[in-house]
Design a protein around this ligand. Structure first.
Ligand code: IPE
Ligand code: IPE
Ligand code: MG
Length: 248
């Protein structure tokens, strides 16, 4: 089986999972964290090189204060519990998003966790926190405009590579495969630039019910996709259709 080199997941449906059980939303998020643990471990075992999880969007700041606070606490607990596991599995933690908006204690913990796992050589686990793709692109444009104003960049030198280098995802390959749970068929401001040629996969399963088995099912579907990148099928098969993925 060919694996996506970079798998990205929009983990959606925690609230509905809780509502279906007559529970407060936060219990859905708690169960969601349990599923994160299992899926991270499974991806690392399978040999996926980059896993990016959409954990908290820029727009999610607009949710009720109690929910935002509870999510921040869950994040802190997750980091406290999981860094030792990351170290055990060789996982390197990375973060994208406007993390300056996170509560100070969480931001510090995040910095420390990234630092502690910095020399790990296995899977790179990127958490998208306080992340919005338009915000990311806006911040990147500001950096480029400042460099231009200082005379460090000429407008004609602005290339796709230069733009990509200013994004939070610098150093990560574009996702090969995106999974969104909970049946919503939208991107919700996730990785707009980077998803240009990503294969998209939507499942009705709510995130707290998503299992390693369903992950494998999704990866099988990825194997059936024919990625053409704008070329003809004949050109692509000459180039070796799946060279961007790793053989498993
Ligand atoms: C995804 O679940 C988790 C976050 C956005 C933090 P939701 O909380 O969006 O769950 P639904 O979509 O309301 O069911
Ligand atoms: C996207 O889910 C963000 C995360 C999964 C973190 P949302 O629940 O916030 O997205 P919408 O509101 O349904 O588009
Ligand atoms: Mg949702």
């Amino acid at each position: 089986m060919y694996l996506p080199r970079h798998l990205a997941i929009i983990m959606d449906g925690n609230g509905r999972w809780a509502r279906q059980r007559g529970l407060p939303r936060i219990l859905g998020h708690q169960q969601g964290v349990e599923v994160v643990r299992g899926i991270v471990e499974e991806c690392s075992k399978l040999g996926i090189s980059w896993l990016t999880l959409y954990a908290f969007s820029f727009e999610n700041w607009g949710r009720p204060e109690e929910e935002v606070e509870a999510l921040m606490e869950l994040l802190a607990t997750y980091l406290r519990n999981e860094v030792p596991t990351m170290l055990k599995h060789g996982i390197r933690l990375n973060v994208i998003g406007d993390t300056g908006r996170l509560p100070g204690a969480v931001a510090t913990m995040l910095d420390e966790s990234v630092e502690r796992t910095r020399s790990q050589t296995g899977m790179v686990l990127t958490l998208a926190l306080s992340y919005g793709a338009r915000d990311e692109i806006t911040r990147a444009m500001r950096k480029l405009a400042s460099a231009a104003a200082r005379g460090e960049v000429e407008p004609e030198d602005i290339s796709e590579q230069r733009i990509a280098a200013q994004l939070d995802t610098v150093g990560l390959p574009d996702p090969d495969f995106l999974i969104r749970t909970s049946g919503e068929m939208r991107i919700s401001n996730f990785l707009l630039w980077q998803l240009a040629y990503t294969e998209l996969y939507f499942t009705e399963t709510l995130w707290p019910d998503f299992s390693p088995d369903q992950l494998r099912q999704a990866l099988h579907e990825y194997n059936r996709r024919e990625r053409r990148f704008g070329l003809t099928a004949e050109q692509r098969s000459k180039e070796g259709n799946q060279e961007e993925g790793g053989r498993h």
